[in-house]
Design a protein around this ligand. Structure first.
Ligand code: FES
Length: 103
Protein backbone atom coordinates (compact mmCIF):
# COMPACT_ATOMS: atom_id res chain seq x y z
CA UNK A 1 0.00 0.00 0.00
CA UNK A 2 1.38 3.40 -0.97
CA UNK A 3 1.87 6.24 1.40
CA UNK A 4 -0.55 9.09 1.52
CA UNK A 5 -0.41 12.68 2.62
CA UNK A 6 -2.74 13.30 5.53
CA UNK A 7 -3.54 16.86 6.61
CA UNK A 8 -2.66 17.27 10.27
CA UNK A 9 -2.60 20.86 11.49
CA UNK A 10 -1.84 24.45 10.74
CA UNK A 11 1.73 25.59 11.26
CA UNK A 12 0.50 28.04 13.88
CA UNK A 13 -1.03 25.17 15.91
CA UNK A 14 2.44 23.94 16.90
CA UNK A 15 4.62 26.57 18.56
CA UNK A 16 8.42 26.22 18.50
CA UNK A 17 9.62 23.60 20.99
CA UNK A 18 6.20 21.99 21.44
CA UNK A 19 5.05 18.40 20.87
CA UNK A 20 1.45 17.85 19.72
CA UNK A 21 -0.32 14.52 19.44
CA UNK A 22 -2.70 13.61 16.63
CA UNK A 23 -4.64 10.45 15.80
CA UNK A 24 -4.70 9.57 12.13
CA UNK A 25 -5.12 6.46 10.04
CA UNK A 26 -5.37 4.40 13.21
CA UNK A 27 -2.00 5.65 14.48
CA UNK A 28 -0.94 8.05 17.20
CA UNK A 29 1.47 10.54 15.68
CA UNK A 30 3.48 13.24 17.42
CA UNK A 31 4.38 16.39 15.49
CA UNK A 32 6.94 18.91 16.70
CA UNK A 33 8.31 22.24 15.69
CA UNK A 34 11.98 22.27 16.63
CA UNK A 35 15.04 24.10 15.33
CA UNK A 36 12.87 25.68 12.63
CA UNK A 37 11.54 22.46 11.16
CA UNK A 38 8.48 20.27 11.61
CA UNK A 39 9.06 16.58 12.35
CA UNK A 40 6.60 13.72 12.83
CA UNK A 41 7.09 10.40 14.59
CA UNK A 42 5.22 7.65 16.42
CA UNK A 43 3.45 9.17 19.40
CA UNK A 44 3.75 6.10 21.61
CA UNK A 45 6.98 4.97 23.24
CA UNK A 46 8.08 1.48 22.18
CA UNK A 47 8.84 0.58 25.81
CA UNK A 48 5.45 0.74 27.54
CA UNK A 49 3.39 2.89 25.15
CA UNK A 50 3.55 6.12 27.11
CA UNK A 51 2.60 9.18 25.08
CA UNK A 52 5.74 10.86 23.79
CA UNK A 53 3.78 14.11 23.49
CA UNK A 54 4.00 14.20 27.28
CA UNK A 55 7.78 13.99 27.13
CA UNK A 56 10.53 16.57 26.90
CA UNK A 57 11.94 17.87 23.67
CA UNK A 58 15.53 19.04 23.30
CA UNK A 59 16.50 19.67 19.70
CA UNK A 60 16.08 16.30 17.97
CA UNK A 61 15.90 14.29 21.19
CA UNK A 62 12.64 13.37 22.88
CA UNK A 63 12.70 11.99 26.41
CA UNK A 64 9.81 9.77 27.49
CA UNK A 65 8.36 10.95 30.79
CA UNK A 66 7.62 7.43 32.01
CA UNK A 67 11.06 5.84 32.38
CA UNK A 68 13.44 8.29 30.73
CA UNK A 69 13.87 6.48 27.40
CA UNK A 70 15.17 8.72 24.62
CA UNK A 71 14.75 8.71 20.85
CA UNK A 72 16.25 10.67 17.99
CA UNK A 73 13.11 12.01 16.30
CA UNK A 74 14.84 12.47 12.92
CA UNK A 75 15.95 8.86 12.59
CA UNK A 76 13.76 7.13 15.18
CA UNK A 77 16.74 5.44 16.82
CA UNK A 78 16.91 4.74 20.53
CA UNK A 79 19.37 7.03 22.32
CA UNK A 80 18.73 5.87 25.88
CA UNK A 81 17.19 2.71 27.34
CA UNK A 82 14.87 1.18 28.42
CA UNK A 83 13.17 1.17 24.96
CA UNK A 84 14.65 -1.58 22.77
CA UNK A 85 13.00 -0.72 19.46
CA UNK A 86 13.13 2.45 17.38
CA UNK A 87 10.08 4.57 16.62
CA UNK A 88 8.88 5.21 13.06
CA UNK A 89 9.46 8.67 11.67
CA UNK A 90 7.33 10.31 8.96
CA UNK A 91 7.89 12.99 6.35
CA UNK A 92 6.17 16.30 6.94
CA UNK A 93 5.17 18.41 3.95
CA UNK A 94 4.21 22.06 4.21
CA UNK A 95 1.67 23.59 1.84
CA UNK A 96 1.02 27.20 2.64
CA UNK A 97 -0.10 27.33 6.26
CA UNK A 98 -0.87 23.62 6.47
CA UNK A 99 1.13 20.61 7.58
CA UNK A 100 0.68 17.17 6.06
CA UNK A 101 2.18 13.93 7.29
CA UNK A 102 3.12 11.18 4.86
CA UNK A 103 1.93 7.88 6.28
S1 FES B 1 7.31 3.91 28.34
FE1 FES B 1 8.81 5.24 27.51
S2 FES B 1 10.60 4.76 28.61
FE2 FES B 1 9.13 3.40 29.44
Amino acid sequence: MGKKLVPVAKKSDIPEGKIKEYKMEGKTIAVVNTDGEYLAFDGLCTHAQCALAGGMLDGHTVTCYCHGGQFDIKTGEVLALPPQSPINVYNVKIKGEYLFVEI
